[in-house]
Design a protein around this ligand. Structure first.
Ligand code: F3S
Length: 62
């Protein structure tokens, strides 16, 4: 499973980082970014939860 944050959609709600800090970080402007691209099996459920909780639907899973 691959994850990325669409910078055009992200508005800095930070829920991704709160839910799964092993996968998401915030940049200097408070926008989310993925720190790993391939998600380990044990983090997939929380990565999906983070994506479901992003109000801007900025997290892209593939
Ligand atoms: Fe951005 Fe959504 Fe995270 S708006 S900071 S990707 S919760």
């Amino acid at each position: 499973m691959h994850v990325s944050v669409d910078p055009d959609r992200c508005q800095g709600h930070a829920r991704c980082w709160e839910i799964c800090p092993e996968v998401f970080d915030l940049d200097d402007e408070g926008h989310g970014r993925a720190t790993v691209s391939e998600i380990p099996a044990e983090l997939r459920d929380r990565t999906r939860e983070a994506a479901d909780n992003c109000p801007e639907r900025a997290i892209v899973l593939s």
